[in-house]
Design a protein around this ligand. Structure first.
Ligand SMILES: C[S@@+](CC[C@H](N)C(=O)[O-])C[C@H]1O[C@@H](n2cnc3c(N)ncnc32)[C@H](O)[C@@H]1O
Length: 265
């Protein structure tokens, strides 16, 4: 992967209406790299807080995310491939940890099988939607509002799952994050993560992917507002190497177009 640590200037995709951007969007980042990265992560979180009501449209390939029937069919075929990998994990009656749980697209199938799911997310708006989606199943979910860049596990779980989170971890923090996951997973436990391959049609029509050497991209919401986020597209082989170095015996595979996913054991 060609990402650099610490970000760099956000790319401004060609915009037909520049006034949709915030006023200081193009101001150079004069802060120390650590301060700039903290600011970027805060911006990323506030983007997700604001995105909670419209988040599922991305997964369902609706509105700005609709890339035509063929792309949609491929997307859902590949989601099914990942779901089968999830279904193959020994989750029945397990204590499961889900990181960056979001609106519950993955929490729901986890809660159907697990004894309990501990679902962590820093956005209260995401947690509220997750709880609403799960309905009665939410009784099996322990929701925790935590910043994953500060959180440390105080126990171990039988399984750890995180979907579409790893690409939002700054490259320089990835190894530390994976070591945290290794501490959270009981010895011999199960793990699944899924994330995006570098495929332009996976993102909204008005969002351009960051150049390979950058890890910051500009995302838009339905109201046209623009927000900087971290987006790293890892090569499966590199991610597998880093997982193993962190003590996670993960195999990382790719679907034909859209996803990479890692599983253990
Ligand atoms: C791309 S979404 C993935 C949601 C869900 N896993 C899914 O696949 O649908 C990223 C999630 O990370 C959460 N998030 C962002 N920054 C976070 C942080 N610092 N700590 C914990 N969660 C964070 C967002 O609120 C959002 O729910």
């Amino acid at each position: 992967m060609g990402s650099t640590a610490g970000g760099g200037e956000p790319r401004s995709p060609d915009r037909e209406s520049p006034d949709r951007e915030s006023p200081d969007r193009d101001a150079p980042d004069r802060d120390a790299p650590e301060v700039a990265e903290e600011r970027l992560l805060a911006e990323q979180l506030s983007y997700y807080r604001a995105r909670a009501p419209e988040y599922d449209a991305w997964f369902r390939r609706e509105g700005r995310h609709d890339r035509g029937p063929e792309a949609t069919a491929a997307w859902f075929r590949e989601v099914e491939q990942v779901r089968q990998a999830l279904d193959a994990l020994p989750l029945d009656g397990a204590e499961v940890l889900e990181l960056a749980a979001g609106t519950g697209l993955w929490t729901e199938p986890l809660a159907r099988r697990a004894a309990h799911v501990t679902a962590i997310d820093a956005a209260p708006e995401m947690i509220a939607r997750n709880r609403e989606r799960l309905g009665r199943l939410a009784a099996r979910v322990i929701y925790r509002e935590e910043d994953l860049f500060a959180w440390q596990p105080e126990r171990t779980w039988d399984a750890v799952v995180f979907a579409f989170w790893i690409s939002h971890v700054p490259a320089a923090r990835l190894d530390g994050f994976l070591r945290t996951v290794a501490r959270a997973l009981r010895r011999g436990g199960a793990l699944l993560f899924v994330d995006a391959l570098r495929e332009p049609s996976a993102t909204a029509r008005d969002d351009a992917l960051p150049p390979a050497e950058q890890q910051v991209m500009l995302r838009h919401l339905d109201d046209g507002s623009a927000h900087r986020i971290v987006k790293n597209y890892w090569e499966p082989e590199e991610l597998e190497r880093r997982c193993r170095a962190a003590g996670l015996p993960v195999t990382v595979r790719r679907t034909p177009t859209y996803f990479l996913y890692g599983t253990a054991p």
